[in-house]
Ligand binder design. Sequence first.
Ligand code: FAD
Length: 306
Amino acid sequence: MNQFRFSRRPDIGDNIHVSFEFFPPKNDEMEARLWQTVKRLEPLRPKFVSVTYGAGGSTRERTARTVGRILSETALMPAVHLTCIDATCETVDEVIRQFVDLGVTRFVALRGDPSAGVGTQYRPHPGGYANGADMVAALKRHGDFDISVSAYPEKHPESPDFATDIDMLKRKVDNGATRAITQFFFDNDIYERYVERVRRAGIYIPIVPGILPVHNIAQVANFSARAGAHVPAWLAERFEGLENDPQTHALVASAVAAEQVLDLVERGVGDFHFYTMNRADLAFAICHMIGIRAHDAAQAPSSAAA
Ligand code: FAD
């Protein structure tokens, strides 16, 4: 049982680092919820928090406003997601300069999904950057930033095979990527096999697992199909019949994510990126289970021991 193995290693939280992903809110209500989430997760001292960027720059102002608030109102280190889809190189360069002027030094460099929808034919903008690797190179021309990129343990849906997919990751690393954050997955064997393939290809940057706490199984199933991640039958079964029972759904989601993360810890993984969906509770609970304590709470055991 994971929890018994885990309980014999009380120091484990010291060796684990987390980051949290948020999306820019669309209205005042969503903004209020995001800030409750940010304030609740801030004391866990994540390595960074990232803010997504709508494909085609659709959230450019909102992403900038969110990042500006994080910089001015918290001690958190923000990382800005940037995409190149439907934009000229000049526009992307201008956006990079704006974020640098705000004080941003971390980026997540992405291509983005076609604006006609996931699964439609991707065509690079004729005067734009073509892919994630181009985006890393563009960022590097502006400064020596910390640059994360995407990685796909089940391969990106547009990649014909793993070799093509991992070749793109290699190009991103050769251009200066610091770490890769994976698309979410629910089967840790898939992640482990992917990391083995990546290492065999001579890629040695951290491949940080992206963890998606299941706030809504129906949404996850729908999104998974488009993202090229599969929902195992056992996972769907765990949530069966809980559609109208949010409390039990949340308890099961917490158990499922904790089980996944604890198993990854047992496999030697030390960094985790949480797709929070702007909600704190599941991410907070899972962090607690892997030994990460809020700053104030972290003082208690040592003073008690003293
Ligand atoms: P790339 O890394 O450029 O390519 C992805 C894969 O497509 C490659 O592995 C490659 O095999 C294949 N490919 C690309 N070009 C070619 C080619 N010419 N020939 C053959 N194969 C090719 N989307 C957003 O809109 N905003 C976000 O903020 C955002 N954040 C994300 C964060 C993470 C951690 C992840 C994993 C994804 C995120 N996405 C986001 C989704 C992402 O934009 C989509 O998955 C998109 O389809 C691919 O972008 P990419 O940067 O991964 O592409």
